[in-house]
Design a binder for this molecule. Structure first.
Ligand SMILES: [Fe+2]
Ligand SMILES: [Fe+2]
Length: 324
């Protein structure tokens, strides 16, 4: 697959910088052919490709349950959801390509274990309730993170996020509904739902990234209007969304200290185990190696499909040339 032609403008162009600053100031969108600072481009390539990888790797923990979903209806819903995630990955790889990196390069970085993706997908999914907890908590956190990205300053990313967010809200509701069904079931089912939320709750809070005072690149991303809210603000918003929903479910969020602090006007929580976060991010989570190996196998196993598609395209182009 070839990348679209893209001339990357001189990063030291002062006139370009002025136009760019005005665009950001006016809350307009930066488009692929516009001049942009080299660091802005690099930040976006990193962020959007990591986001794309997360969607693609994120298919694995749930893909694990497609053959074992408890009914035909559950299977159809889960398959649709996992397919949506593949689609999200594809929009986002396309958006990243507009910045001058090829899909092949991004794939190589991922299967070589050099690219990052959301650490949440390095946890296992041993029970059916995990399909509920992932939808409710992981897709729920994704929505809170991603809705502000619909207003991100880079046009192709912002536009991709609009459709993605609509689909994420369906994902969140289907997860909630799985948990609700379990919570209305037998004691064993209720226990399964609670146990799963106990495992996914803290990692889902970590999805917003380190605390603001330990997130050095955040300020610059906010100035560029890539990021609109800080990690801690988004985490707070997420907790505020979960608390009433947990009540409806009859599920206990596994934090005995969780309470609304009226003076600080924010949720008080127990300390988050950032050590666990950095371990998983560094590749030492429970499923990191399996996730990368599975992705590598799928890429290698799919080589013949890519070769056949390329050959078909070549023949098609020849035929078109003959007709012309
Ligand atoms: Fe997604
Ligand atoms: Fe999703």
């Amino acid at each position: 697959m070839t990348a679209p032609e893209l001339t990357i403008a001189d990063p030291d162009d002062a006139a370009g910088q002025a136009v760019f600053d005005d665009l950001i100031e006016a809350d307009s969108r930066v488009e692929p052919r516009d001049w942009m600072p080299a660091a802005y481009r690099r930040t976006l390539v990193r962020q959007i490709s990591q986001h794309a990888h997360s969607e693609i790797i994120g298919m694995q923990p749930e893909g694990n349950w497609i053959t074992r979903a408890p009914s035909l209806q559950r299977k159809a819903i889960l398959m649709a959801k996992v397919q949506d995630e593949a689609g999200h990955g594809l929009y986002l790889y396309s958006a990243t390509q507009t910045l001058g990196i090829t899909r092949d390069e991004m794939t190589q970085q991922l299967i070589d274990g050099k690219a990052r993706y959301s650490s949440i997908f390095n946890y296992p999914t041993p029970t059916w309730a995990d399909m509920g907890a992932i939808g409710w908590l992981v897709d729920g956190a994704a929505i809170v993170n991603q809705v502000p990205l619909c207003r991100c300053s880079y046009g192709p990313y912002a536009r991709a996020m609009i459709r993605i967010c609509k689909e994420e809200s369906f994902h969140q509701r289907q997860g909630f509904e799985i948990l609700l069904t379990l919570m209305q079931g037998t004691a064993a089912q209720r226990q399964m739902a609670q146990e799963s939320v106990d495992r996914w709750y803290w990692p889902s809070l970590m999805m917003f990234g380190p605390p603001d005072d330990e997130s050095p690149n955040s300020a610059r991303s906010m100035a560029w209007k890539i990021k609109r809210f800080s990690n801690d603000d988004l985490r707070q918003r997420f907790i505020g969304m979960l608390v009433p929903q947990a009540e409806v479910l009859g599920i206990t969020l596994p934090d005995p200290e969780l309470a609304w602090d009226e003076d600080a006007q924010q949720w008080h929580t127990s300390p988050i185990d950032w050590n666990e976060f950095s371990e998983v991010l560094a590749g030492r989570g429970p499923m990191n190696a399996v996730r990368i190996q599975t992705r590598r196998d799928a890429h290698e196993g799919g080589a013949w499909v890519r070769a056949a598609a390329a050959e078909y395209a070549r023949k098609q182009a020849l035929r078109d040339a003959e007709v012309a």
